[in-house]
Design a protein around this ligand. Structure first.
Ligand SMILES: Nc1nc2c(c(=O)[nH]1)N[C@H]1C(S)=C(S)[C@@H](COP(=O)(O)OP(=O)(O)OC[C@H]3O[C@@H](n4cnc5c(=O)[nH]c(N)nc54)[C@H](O)[C@@H]3O)O[C@H]1N2
Ligand SMILES: Nc1nc2c(c(=O)[nH]1)N[C@H]1C(S)=C(S)[C@@H](COP(=O)(O)OP(=O)(O)OC[C@H]3O[C@@H](n4cnc5c(=O)[nH]c(N)nc54)[C@H](O)[C@@H]3O)O[C@H]1N2
Ligand code: SF4
Ligand SMILES: [Mo]
Length: 750
């Protein structure tokens, strides 16, 4: 058997890998040196990918729920006909806007999601969401208002690297995280700064580790940015040329009591000041924030202050700083500077950011008598019954729907609640890609080929085919004869005919499906699923021709887009699709005058009124991080608990002093109680956590068949402990890193 190129599907890095098969088993896996971003790098997790590919709870046939709650196999014609009719009935009786779409892409698969919009638009659905709306929407909203964009850090070229509430050693999120971190740490001219209450693997390497008490980042970050202002460490010429609003920011940050805020955060004031000076003195600084600040108190304020760190110091638009990447597909929607009014969810009135309803209000949008409540839901490549706050209420909400349809590869906690389950081939059995293309100056796209066929005897359809058939079943696809004819004349004639057809609003709604049914079958290697990429390649080529040409793609106009698309099809290990020149990032500030808006008045008002510390509750004296990334977590992509070589039960991490007070020893069971629920887990005593701070891993507590086929549950599902009301007032993002909790010793043998 040959080594076959593909990519790891376990985190947003999607490192290139090669797989050698033994029958249907992944016998060997190694990093793919030809992958333009990962260059052969992987962490240890993809070596276990066989647990995903050959999981015991893979779905093999479409399933329909019986009245008694069990499932029966049905054929695809029945499944498509009944599912399409059920959604159409909801539309006819209650209106298309009561149909809700959740998901569309996990860590490794976004191609199917590029077709899902067709069926939803054809039904008149208006509301949707996915996991981004429980982590990143606060950051997107800040970016949209400040620059009509977001900017990602260039850690390959930075002098100073700043990670805020992010542990890239375990969670990655930047290319080749471990060697990149080691290189920065080793170089005496570079500096690694980490802001994290835990002494993480990344913090261990850091030159400066700021260790705030959990939940106090707003105070710490205000003190840090206030130091920049109060010590006048600002590049005034750059700020005058590229930003507006400095005076308003100065009015607030100039009055921040730095010493007092440092005390609230529990961080030495002199260390904060030294950090601010190091950042201000650097030739380039790259900043990356993640869940540690996005899932805790003040998360949108935190995202604003994080953005101010690079914006106030002019670390933007150059190599080694933060830059807006060229997205291959609109993974993030920027709406603030357009002409469309802000949107809010129909029941809870929650702000819709980047087109996404906050995950924490979804149950509220369903469990109500409100006439505009969501009544039917399509869930695709997501497990909201497990991954969203307050699982109990989420299950109640999913059960209350008139119709729940789930597209997945495995029998998940969410699928178990569905009326219909539509099974898809695994990500190694079909063409796949992700739209996590967030890198600068060179950006990458990887269209992956199938590595093996679906299991013998199974009856699976890839997502694009499911969506196409659903659209056809509700008669949403127009006659395509002219397009087929045009295609026979060549791509230019096809492009003209396609654009012509899009003038019809009904056809425009299902444009991806039209491409799939016309261009799709003509693509080499059964790559029909790649058809939607043709339109995206043209959009990128039209908007950024010079950057595409710098990536080595030839041609002008339509030819450039076609050549980019063909190059993607012909590159099994991925391809560089754009290359920036220094300064290009500045041209992607999409405010009317092209300047970054430093002042967001509502958030500045919050900073001025932060007060003297986060609330505390003597009944729940601990702060629980409910969902920490560890060596053996990977969301719920691996369902088989046997993939975990260590710590199968997912220990509760706790500081030695707290463990001693409670009489806990390593491995002994503890009960963690929150306002929402309680779990029992073994403890791991570790100095890496501050006293009063405890953590549980993410992704555990899945139901999986053991060797006898009996369903078992291993580890604590974090969202049995969380509540959906604990969320950010602006973006609705959950406070999963700040769950008030109590810990008790569980007496007796384990
Ligand atoms: N191994 C592994 N890697 C993954 C994943 C996985 O499941 N497993 N999932 C992927 C996904 S979907 C995502 S979104 C990313 C997330 O990646 P990260 O955000 O890096 O992951 P976490 O470990 O959840 O949280 C990061 C850090 O936040 C810190 N933290 C807790 N409370 C606070 C606080 O109050 N302030 C600050 N400043 N920090 C705090 C924690 O100590 C932790 O080190 O990881 C991706 N990579
Ligand atoms: N308490 C707490 N909750 C959290 C977190 C936390 O830290 N704490 N982390 C949050 C974060 S950051 C995230 S990103 C979410 C993740 O949670 P979700 O967005 O729900 O997604 P995943 O757990 O990544 O699961 C992806 C699903 O896709 C399925 N799948 C895999 N391959 C395919 C395929 O080819 N086709 C289809 N159709 N399906 C496929 C898998 O079987 C699985 O059901 O969890 C969130 N929930
Ligand atoms: S860094 Fe992420 S994508 Fe790369 S090998 Fe590890 S889990 Fe997979
Ligand atoms: Mo995530």
């Amino acid at each position: 058997m040959e080594w076959q190129p593909t990519a790891c599907v376990l985190c947003a890095c999607n490192c290139g890998i090669e797989i050698k098969l033994d029958g249907r088993r992944f016998e060997r896996i190694r990093g793919d040196k030809a992958h333009p971003s990962s260059l052969g790098y992987t962490c240890e997790k993809p070596l276990r990918l066989d647990h995903y590919q050959n999981g015991a709870d893979r779905l093999t046939h479409p399933l329909r729920r019986r009245p008694d709650g069990s499932f029966e196999k049905i054929d695809w014609d029945t499944a498509i006909r009944e599912v399409a009719a059920a959604f159409a009935a909801t539309r006819d009786v209650h209106g298309g806007e009561t149909i809700f779409y959740y998901g569309g892409g996990g860590q490794g698969n976004h191609l199917g999601g590029s077709y899902a919009g067709s069926f939803m638009r054809a039904l008149g659905a208006r509301y949707r969401s996915n996991a981004l709306a429980q982590e990143k929407t606060g950051q997107f909203w800040v970016g949209d208002r400040m620059l009509g964009n977001v900017a990602t850090g260039d850690f390959d070229h930075c002098e100073v690297a700043l990670f805020i509430g992010k542990n890239p050693w375990q969670s990655h999120g930047i290319p080749r995280a471990r060697p990149t971190l080691r290189e920065i740490a080793r170089d005496p001219d570079r500096c690694l700064i980490v802001i994290d209450p835990r002494r993480t693997e990344t913090a261990e390497l850091a030159d400066i580790h700021l260790r705030p008490k959990p939940g106090t980042d707003a105070w710490l970050l205000a003190a840090l940015t206030a130091t920049l202002v109060q010590e006048d460490l600002l590049p005034h010429d750059w700020l005058a040329a590229h930003t507006t609003g400095l005076d308003e920011v100065r009015d607030v940050l100039g009055n921040v009591p730095i010493g007092l805020y440092a005390d609230v955060a529990g961080v030495d004031e002199s260390l904060i000041r030294r950090t601010a000076r190091r950042i201000a003195a650097a030739g380039s600084v790259a900043v990356h924030e993640d869940l540690g600040v996005q899932m805790t108190l003040h998360s949108t304020v935190n995202s604003y202050l994080d953005t101010l760190i690079w914006a106030l110091t002019g670390n933007f638009g150059r190599p080694g700083t933060n830059n807006p990447p060229i997205l291959f597909a609109p993974l993030i929607a920027f709406t603030h500077w357009g002409s469309r009014p802000d949107r809010f969810s129909p029941v809870a009135g929650a702000r819709i950011i980047s087109g996404l309803v906050p995950c924490n209000v979804i149950a509220d949008e369903i469990l109500t008598e409100h006439p505009r409540r969501y009544r039917a839901m399509l869930v695709e490549t997501a497990n909201p019954a497990h991954s969203l706050a307050d699982s109990r209420r989420m299950r109640e909400a999913l059960n209350a729907l008139d119709l729940l349809v789930v597209i997945d590869v495995a029998m998940t906690e969410t699928a178990r609640l569905a009326d219909y389950i539509l099974p898809a081939p695994s990500q190694f059995e079909k063409w796949e890609a992700t739209f996590f293309n967030l890198e600068t100056p060179a950006n990458y796209f990887h269209l992956r080929r199938p590595v093996l066929d679906p299991p013998p005897g199974s009856d699976l359809l890839p997502e694009p085919e499911i969506h196409a058939r659903l659209c056809e079943a509700i008669d949403a696809v127009p006659d395509l004869t002219t397009l087929h004819k045009a295609l026979a004349e060549g791509r230019p004639a096809f492009a003209a005919a396609f654009l012509n057809l899009l003038a019809d609003p009904g056809a425009a709604k299902v444009a991806p499906v039209i491409l799939y049914r016309t261009l799709g079958p003509t693509l080499p290697g059964d790559a029909a699923a790649a058809a939607s990429l043709w339109a995206l390649a043209h959009k990128v080529a039209l908007a950024h021709p010079a950057a595409v040409q710098r990536a080595g793609i030839e041609g002008e106009g339509l030819a450039l887009g076609d050549n980019l698309f063909d190059a993607i099809l012909a590159s099994p290990s991925g391809i560089v699709f754009t290359v920036d020149e220094p300064g290009d990032g500045l041209t992607r500030v999409n405010t009317p005058d092209g300047k970054v808006r430093l002042a967001l008045q509502d958030l500045l008002t919050e900073i001025a009124a932060l007060g003297d510390g986060p609330p505390s509750d003597p009944d729940y004296p601990f702060v629980l991080s409910a969902g920490e990334r560890r060596a053996f977590t990977a969301n719920t992509i691996f369902r088989d608990p046997a993939w975990r070589r260590r710590d199968p039960a997912g220990s509760l991490r706790i500081n030695p002093a707290d463990a001693a007070t409670l009489g806990l020893v390593n491995g002994s069971p503890a009960r963690v109680t929150t306002r929402q629920g309680a779990v029992e887990v073994p403890v791991e005593i570790t100095e890496t956590l501050l006293p009063g701070h405890i953590s549980l891993p993410n992704g555990l507590g899945l139901t999986y068949p053991d060797a006898n086929g009996t369903l078992t549950n291993s580890g604590a599902a974090p969202n049995e402990l969380t509540t959906s009301a604990d969320r950010d007032p602006y973006a609705g993002t959950p406070w999963h890193k700040h769950v008030p909790a109590r810990v008790e010793n569980v007496p007796g043998p384990t």
